[in-house]
Design a protein around this ligand. Structure first.
Ligand code: NAD
Length: 356
């Protein structure tokens, strides 16, 4: 089992170090190889996704990724910015299915901005299509408008598009995931306004006929955003496009109290995957030793489950995380009165200890 370890920038290096310790504490044989990505790679090689890093990721069974980005790169040309590394990896590895679970741990119910009864026991799975939609559609650019409200004015444009096979394959992923959960899928679209999402809705409905044991319903994205804070537990598996998924999964993340707790997986058709926390490189707290490593540690658990076929080891990590929360250990982002405040390294060490 070969794992490419790409810590990236900011807190990425701190949190990935803890996840690596947790993986090393399992009695499994991994080959782990590290490479630079994002701003760190730009500083060293002049590109956020150097060829050597991409080759390593391609050859690995899975990629454990930290986070990339820092405000100091904001003035670079877009193709050289750290965040382009993630888009490049997604595209090159064909990672079209993004799994973002939003689980509210009972011990952290108080950390959410929502009432405990709304989120206690919350366990939803957002499946976001990751390689299509307006983020990748061509043409895009800037030009002088020849029509519209202000002809002659400068304007910018992007193209929203989805092909039938792109929608079909993400729909299959969602229905199959629902079969392992409560057999319910909500497909989120904007079919009332956008032709792309009327097509999405039609194709998801067609695929749904192959899964008669899974209940499918459809919801407009504006309503879904509202229902997620009104009655989040009514969702189970949510499947949606790239842009709506981007926004809804961050919204769902915050239901659970802290983005520092949430893992994610991005998979291709052969279950090769990239595993990363849902948050970014948090330059505001980088180097302070206070970042929460649990999202990355839980991402490593997802990696064991989905790409490395080690379900028992995945469950061991997840159980260890629950143990440290039960022990009252909290990083600053999830701290509340009466708990024990710990830093990144102490939290990682506590998870390692709870494994054994
Ligand atoms: P962010 O997720 O990095 O941080 C948002 C807030 O959450 C900050 O206050 C941060 O301190 C806090 N936070 C995030 N992770 C935490 C953790 N593990 N423990 C404790 N607190 C945590 O988002 P941002 O500030 O909007 O973006 C910062 C940089 O990260 C930008 O350059 C952005 O482009 C990049 N980014 C990268 C990724 C990625 O690598 N996949 C994703 C999102 C943002």
């Amino acid at each position: 089992m070969k794992i490419a370890v790409l810590p990236g920038d900011g807190i990425g290096t701190e949190i990935v170090a803890e996840a690596v310790k947790v993986l090393q504490a399992l009695d499994l044989q991994f080959e782990m190889e590290m490479a630079l990505v994002g701003g760190a790679a730009y500083d060293a090689y002049g590109h956020p996704l150097p060829d050597a890093t991409l080759q390593l990721a391609r050859q690995a069974d899975a990629v454990l990724f930290g986070a990339v980005g820092d405000w100091k790169y904001d003035t670079l040309d877009r193709p050289l910015r750290p965040e382009q590394a993630i888009l490049g990896l997604r595209k090159n590895l064909g990672l079209f299915a993004n799994f973002r679970p939003a689980i509210c741990y009972e011990q952290l119910v108080g950390a959410s901005s929502l009432k405990p009864e709304l989120i206690g026991g919350l366990d939803i799975l957002i499946i976001r299509e990751l390689t299509g939609d307006i983020y990748f559609g061509q043409p895009r650019g800037r030009r002088v408008a020849t029509d519209g409200l202000f002809p002659g004015a400068e304007e910018a444009f992007d193209t929203m598009r989805y092909s039938r096979p792109e929608i079909e394959r993400i729909a299959h992923v969602a229905f199959q995931a629902a079969r392992k959960r409560s057999h319910r899928v909500t497909s989120v679209d904007k079919a009332n306004v956008l032709e792309t999402f009327q097509f999405w809705k039609d194709v998801v409905s067609d695929i749904g006929k192959q899964y008669p044991d899974v209940a499918l319903d459809h919801m407009y994205v504006d309503n879904a955003a509202m229902q997620l804070v009104r009655e989040p537990k009514k969702f189970d598996v949510v499947v949606t496009g790239n842009m709506f998924g981007d926004i809804l999964s961050d919204e769902a993340a915050m239901l659970t109290g802290s983005i520092g707790m949430l893992p994610s997986a991005s998979l291709n058709a052969s279950n090769q995957g990239l595993y990363e926390p849902s948050h970014g490189s948090a330059p505001d707290i980088a180097g302070k030793g206070i970042a929460n490593p649990l999202a990355t540690i839980l991402s490593a658990a997802m990696m064991l489950r989905y790409s490395l076929n080690q379900e028992a080891a995945a469950q061991r990590i997840e159980a260890a995380v629950k143990t440290v929360l039960n022990q009252g250990l909290r990083t600053a982002d999830i701290f509340s009165a009466g708990m024990t405040r710990v830093g990144t390294v102490e939290m990682g060490a506590a998870v390692v200890k709870a494994l054994t």
